[in-house]
Design a protein around this ligand. Structure first.
Ligand SMILES: [Zn+2]
Length: 402
């Protein structure tokens, strides 16, 4: 079965089943606004082509129980890769974006050169196929969610930054063609915050949402937004616009030329600096290494032990972030906001502080209009699952990516 060979009507039914739990013919009619005969024709033809199957019968309050249909999820596979600042995540999914295999490689791109990272990605991909006895030909392609900007047409990375320092080996490289060579698969790429938003909107808590915003809170802050079925894009595909919202007009000078940008107050580096200042002023901490050697791993570990100095720094960062997020909510009116990435995935201190700030500014009414979630529906794998989704959506020509 080749999805590309499905006709327009067949593909519409297929897409509904691909993104939803198994459905009856009647439910499909209602979702598509079609007549019974049109729906029936498409279903019969999809069954004949082996694209969908009857998975059972639905409970009925009386009369004959109707059949439920689903796609043949195992008819093809998708590889999703998330290259983050601190790690690389890989998932192998079926066509319904169910995660079959997953792995996180501790290969910080800021430390490891592209060749090393790409080789490990290719080895992990091969081990996924071996473990599942899947022939490589059954994999439609690989999607990449990159921790910085990447040109979707040329597959070339933009300027990737480690705070204010460019990460030279990763900037301006043809990452897609390099991965295509390493994996022997077609590769599509987008910013990781966009792939995370895609996973959430199409396959996670964002199903049914009109306007989803996914914040990746890692070394910097990036946000992927999907509104009315389209990814909202910056005019030059930058993904860090939110990080440069000013929370202090007289604050620190940022590399963008403005003062007081939120990432200077709420990012990992700001948290690190705050803790260092507090410790030098006499505060106690459970961080087990000298202050000049502290990394975010130590900070998270100490937060897990309820280290008051560390928790206070995370909470202060949350308040600054909340201030910028408050402006964002007023401007863009999302109905679902997800905070993911290391700052939110690992503990609730940052996230809770953001929400407390918003509650103080907007009152409880805000929480009736906007749903907030800590960590994506696929946890730390959300951006990687979205990268796999990118392959599927591109394959079927979903306008969401335009
Ligand atoms: Zn700035």
């Amino acid at each position: 079965m080749n999805i590309m060979e499905l006709s327009g009507d067949e593909l519409r039914v297929y897409n509904v089943l691909q993104k939803n739990p198994p459905e009856t013919k009647k439910a499909l009619e209602a979702k598509l606004g079609w007549t019974p005969s049109t729906t029936n024709r498409a279903i019969q033809s999809l069954l004949q082509k082996g694209a969908i199957l009857e998975t059972g019968l639905k409970e009925s309050s009386g009369g004959r129980r109707p059949s439920v249909f689903d796609i043949q999820a195992g008819a093809g596979f998708l590889l999703g890769i998330h290259i983050s600042y601190g790690f690389v995540s890989l998932v192998l999914c079926d066509l319904k974006l169910q995660v079959l295999e997953q792995e996180t490689l501790l290969l910080p791109p800021a430390r490891d050169v592209p060749d090393t990272v790409l080789q490990s990605i290719a080895e992990t991909f091969r081990s996924f196929l071996t473990r599942r006895s899947i022939p490589k030909e059954a994999v439609l392609g690989a999607g990449l969610g990159m921790f910085g900007p990447v040109n979707r047409e040329t597959g070339i990375t933009g300027l990737l930054m480690d705070y204010d320092q460019p990460i030279a080996p990763w900037s301006g490289i043809p990452i897609c063609s390099m991965l295509e060579e390493a994996l022997d698969l077609p590769v599509s790429a987008d910013s990781a915050c966009n792939t995370a938003a895609l996973a959430e909107y199409c396959y996670g808590a964002g199903r049914g949402s009109r306007n989803t915003s996914f914040f990746l809170c890692d070394i910097g802050f990036t946000v992927g937004q999907i509104s009315s079925g389209r990814i909202l894009r910056h005019w030059d595909d930058r993904d860090d616009g939110f990080a440069h919202n000013s929370v202090d007009l007289n604050g620190e000078l940022c590399r963008c030329g403005k003062r007081g940008c939120v990432h200077l107050y709420a990012s990992v580096r700001a948290i690190n600096r705050r803790i260092r200042q507090q410790v030098m002023a006499g505060a106690s901490t459970r961080i087990p290494v000298p202050m000049e050697q502290v990394n975010f791993g130590h900070i998270l570990q100490a937060a897990g032990q309820n280290d008051r100095t560390v928790v206070a720094a995370l909470e202060e960062a949350g308040s600054y972030f909340g201030s910028a997020l408050s402006d964002y909510l007023n401007l863009l009116s999302p109905d679902l906001v997800v905070l993911g990435g290391t700052m939110a995935d690992e503990n609730a201190f940052f996230y809770d502080s953001v929400l407390n700030y918003l509650a103080r500014c907007h009152g409880e009414a805000l929480f009736r209009r906007v749903r907030f979630l800590r960590s994506g529906s696929f946890g730390r794998m959300t951006a990687a699952v979205g990268a796999a989704a990118l392959v599927y959506e591109k394959h079927v020509g979903n306008p969401i990516l335009d």
